[in-house]
Design a protein around this ligand. Structure first.
Ligand SMILES: [Zn+2]
Length: 100
């Protein structure tokens, strides 16, 4: 038996975690998943010039971003580069990059 809070394991005849005062469950609790950040893509361009400008704009505003670059060597000339930010920055970033 496992405590759903502290994940301590007890013998099957134990019904409660003495630490947390919680009813034990038969399965160990799931480990907390690493926080998944959903990035919002706010800019995409095929040319490195505007992409670099967009990057420096984001940097100047301290907006964290990732470059989504699905290019393989074969598609390097076709696939656009995407800049993605955290959702809370999406509106700000879009506004910022609007002029590019
Ligand atoms: Zn516990």
């Amino acid at each position: 038996m496992f405590c759903p809070k502290c994940a301590a394991e007890y013998a099957t005849d134990v019904k409660k975690c003495p630490e947390c005062n919680l009813k034990l469950v038969p399965d160990p609790p799931q480990r907390e998943q690493p926080q998944f950040v959903e990035w919002t893509c706010v800019f995409e361009h095929r040319n490195p010039g505007p992409v670099a400008m967009a990057e420096s704009l984001l940097q100047s505003k301290n907006i964290e971003y990732v470059v989504r670059d699905q290019n393989t060597i074969d598609t390097a000339l076709i696939a656009p580069v995407k800049l993605c930010v955290k959702p809370e920055y999406a509106t700000r970033a879009k506004k910022l990059l609007d002029k590019l």
